[in-house]
Design a protein around this ligand. Structure first.
Ligand code: XMP
Length: 513
């Protein structure tokens, strides 16, 4: 266990895991605990510093989370962010007001007081920070001084240097905050005196320990898709519990051309000791999906059918009590929201039936995609597996708009295959985050030879991204677009038009459904 450990207390912000990620990037081990965590857990954590996250509530409201006094009694440096700052102010005798309008977006921060938090920053000019808050601190508690302001806030940051208590109204963890990582590192290294001693190999060791503690002597069935997430989860689980892990690869008939055979061959080659069950269930999925065109319905049906199959398979294996999944952090946040708005039900989170009989084990739940890839390398997986583009659990069903059937799937598979071949021949498949074809529920008029055609439209989606939370459309060279388009139109029966998607995320999403 690394000696330097930070406890992040979660008050419900969407950014909490981003804080954990920034701390990990600085080489410091961190653990996220809900603000309601039992005191014994806090005491046992051995944390050398605390970060209090943001959150959606109004400090002081009857049902709003409060600051557990135990946290301050640990006498370790504390950094409160947004709600965390307001909690510190409220509990230590400062004053707050509930602003009429929520301040959301960029703000120009001016440093007004010296602090080790600002070390090595150029503070003679304002810099941009990201705000997302309703309440604000209007009176600082005794012992604190205000150390930054913005045009809208007199107290945008405050510190009690003696007690090593620090608070920021803005979010240093988000990418849009200039100097954000530096500010967090100043807190971790200069203020808390931590030394970076956390690596991917320590994450792997920790994950293996946690899996063993949770699973005990029982068995796990893992949903293995061949994508990097579930493959890395499989390697970790296999390390932890050996042949009590049963990997189930479900070919739901929504895979890309030849994918089922290719993936299972790759898995057998690189992970020879693995229990691998290859289930062919195309007809079952297509029967359940017949006539359904609503995207959320499709996701829910696919999620349910997956789970039905896992449960059935698991029943045939003695001692299985857990369902393993390669769920990663972006799946978790986009399937949950403080206000109950679900962006998409990613099949491995939101689509789970309530009365599932298996318990979940999700060792990658806190990681972002690039971290999963780094972990895969650490665990010795070949680049061929690590560099596979993400592929959604519901597969081609969410890339085929309108009802799903074999005929349309075959058209989409052929178009997608032609596109992939053209891109990989030029090395572009590895330069982009994702590239795929989408079959639209439209037909348009064309002309082939002397004949009028009335056929399908295929959209090409190619995006660059770091973690799928945001994405930009890839500026593919026009000659490549031309090659892909003419290959699809000349080779794929039933398609007479190809368009290129030029939308970013947000406001669009990467997948069309
Ligand atoms: P969106 O479309 O939400 O996608 O911008 C973000 C990333 O997640 C992938 N994705 C999924 N992955 N199950 C998954 O395992 C799903 O249901 C799912 N839906 C989207 C998508 O391909 C992109 O990389």
């Amino acid at each position: 266990m690394p000696a330097s450990k930070v406890l992040i207390i979660d008050y419900g912000s969407q950014y909490t895991q981003l804080i954990a990620r920034r701390v990990r990037e600085a080489g410091i081990f961190s653990e996220v605990l809900p603000c309601s965590a039992p005191e014994a857990l806090i005491l046992a954590s051995g944390a050398k510093a605390l970060i209090l996250s943001g959150g959606p509530d109004n400090v002081g409201d009857a049902d709003a989370p409060t600051l557990n006094p135990l946290l301050l009694s640990l006498k370790v440096p504390v950094l409160g962010i947004c709600y965390g700052m307001q909690l510190l102010a409220h509990c230590l005798g400062g004053g707050l007001v509930n602003a009429r309008d929520r301040e959301y977006g960029p703000a120009e921060l001016t440093v007004t007081g010296a602090s080790p938090l600002w070390k090595t920053l150029l503070t003679d000019k304002p810099f941009t920070v990201w705000m997302s808050h309703g309440n604000r601190v209007t009176r600082i508690p005794e012992g604190f001084s205000a150390i930054a302001r913005t045009p809208a806030l007199d107290i945008a940051a405050m510190a009690d240097e003696g007690k090593k208590l620090y608070a920021l109204q803005f979010h240093p963890e988000v990418h849009h905050t200039q100097n954000g990582s530096r500010i967090l590192q100043n807190f971790l290294f200069d203020i808390a005196g931590l030394t970076p001693d956390w690596t991917m190999s320590s994450f792997a060791e920790q994950a293996v320990r946690e899996i063993r503690a949770k699973v005990g002597n029982d068995g796990v069935v893992l949903a293995l898709s061949g994508g990097v997430d579930s493959t890395v989860a499989a390697v970790l689980l296999h390390r932890a519990i050996g042949d009590r892990l049963h990997c189930i690869f479900v070919d739901h008939g929504l895979l890309r051309l030849n994918e089922g055979e290719e993936v299972t061959a790759l898995l057998k080659r690189h992970m020879p000791g693995l229990n691998l069950h290859h289930i062919r269930a195309e007809s079952l999925f297509l029967d359940h999906l017949a006539g359904v065109d609503d995207p959320e319905q499709k996701r829910k049906i696919i999620g349910r059918t997956f789970i039905e199959i896992f449960e059935r398979e698991a029943r045939g294996i003695p001692g299985v009590r857990f369902l393993g999944q390669g769920t990663i952090y972006p799946d978790v946040i986009e399937s949950h929201s403080a206000k109950g708005v679900v962006i998409k039900s990613h099949h491995n989170v939101g689509g789970l039936p309530e009365k599932m009989r298996l318990e979940l084990v999700e060792p990658l739940r806190e990681l972002f995609k690039d971290e999963v890839r780094a972990l895969g390398r650490e665990l010795g997986l070949p680049e061929e597996m690590i560099l596979r583009q993400p592929f959604p659990g519901p597969g081609l069903a969410v890339r085929l708009l309108g009802p799903v059937n074999r005929e349309r799937l075959d058209i989409l598979r052929a178009a997608d295959h032609a596109m992939q071949q053209e891109l990989s021949a030029r090395g572009w498949d590895r330069r982009v985050w994702q590239s795929f074809a989408v079959l639209l529920p439209l037909r348009t008029v064309g002309v082939m030879g002397d004949d009028r055609t009335y056929e399908n439209v295929v959209a090409l989606r190619v995006v660059d991204s770091i973690d799928a939370m945001t994405a930009d459309w890839t500026r593919l060279p026009s000659e490549i677009l031309a090659a892909v388009s003419s290959r699809i139109i000349s080779e794929v029966h039933g398609v007479n038009r190809v368009v290129y998607d030029i939308s970013s995320k947000p406001p669009s999403t990467i997948e069309w459904e």
